[in-house]
Design a protein around this ligand. Structure first.
Ligand code: 13P
Length: 255
């Protein structure tokens, strides 16, 4: 973290978990545990049908509720999709885009991730843009090239001004849901590569101001070490964001 330069953000990605009733119960449980922990922003990204219940439960707290994806069209014949206009009409400010599970299982590419990112930003949303290498890419020593290319492609046409509303989540695919975590050194090195890529596009000042999270089996045990690295500005948390005490410990590590 480097709180003098950029905001620390701890975000949960609930993925396909929690009914509205479960989300309400969870937010009510976690709310007092993270209250007053003002050194980081606290966000939970929820399934579309769970957002309203989570928002209601989070009212008056420091918890913000986001979505897990957004389509790039405003409206139209896109069965099963939800637009940025629909999300903002529901008071949703944050949205995850480009998660590896979307890329892996639902055919999303850097091109569609870029379209979604531009649409969300144009609608005034804040984007948590996910990228990261798969295992073979790391084993073959091309992680830096991969994340640099993804950063460039996913942000094509995004202005320096709009970067104020972009958080990047570096999520090595091999570490997601596997219990394997990037070492703090690996996370730091790759986040620094992403920041250097941002500097090559937008200049140093913008690059230094962008929050870059780490995601991939971040938990209550490894969070402090990861967050101690200067280029790791927070976490995007899957499994541990479903357990209030674990999530609290991660938020505490960011204080
Ligand atoms: P896990 O924390 O369960 O590995 O998931 C990470 C993730 O995909 C967050 O978006």
């Amino acid at each position: 973290m480097n709180p003098e330069k950029r905001r620390t953000v701890i975000a949960g990605n609930w993925k396909m978990n929690f009914t509205p009733a479960e989300a309400t119960a969870f937010i009510n449980e976690v709310k007092p545990l993270v209250a007053g922990k003002d050194n980081c922003d606290v966000i939970f990204c929820a399934p579309f049908v769970t957002i309203a219940a989570a928002q209601e439960a989070a009212k008056g707290s420091n918890i913000k509720i986001g979505a897990e994806n957004v389509h790039f069209a405003e409206k139209g014949a896109y069965t099963g999709e939800v637009s940025a206009q629909m999300l903002t009409a529901c008071g949703v400010e944050y949205v995850i885009i480009g998660h590896s599970e979307r890329r892996q299982y639902f055919g999303e590419t850097d091109e569609t991730v870029n379209l979604r990112t531009k649409a969300a930003l144009a609608a005034g949303m804040k984007v948590i843009l996910c990228l990261g290498e798969v295992k073979d890419e790391r084993l073959n020593g091309i992680t830096n090239e991969i994340v640099s290319m993804q950063t460039k492609l996913d942000l094509l046409g995004v202005s320096a001004e709009q970067m104020k509303n972009v958080i990047i989540a570096y999520e090595p695919v091999w570490a997601i849901g596997t219990g394997l975590t990037a070492t703090p050194e690996q996370a730091e090195e790759t986040c620094a590569v992403i920041r250097a890529t941002l500097a090559s596009i937008y200049g140093e000042d913008v690059a230094e101001s962008v929050t870059i999270q780490y995601g991939g089996s971040m938990n209550e045990k490894n969070a402090a070490e990861l967050l101690a690295k200067p280029n790791v500005d927070g976490g995007l948390i899957g499994g541990a964001s479903l357990v209030a005490e674990k999530f609290r410990a991660i938020v505490d590590a960011a204080q």
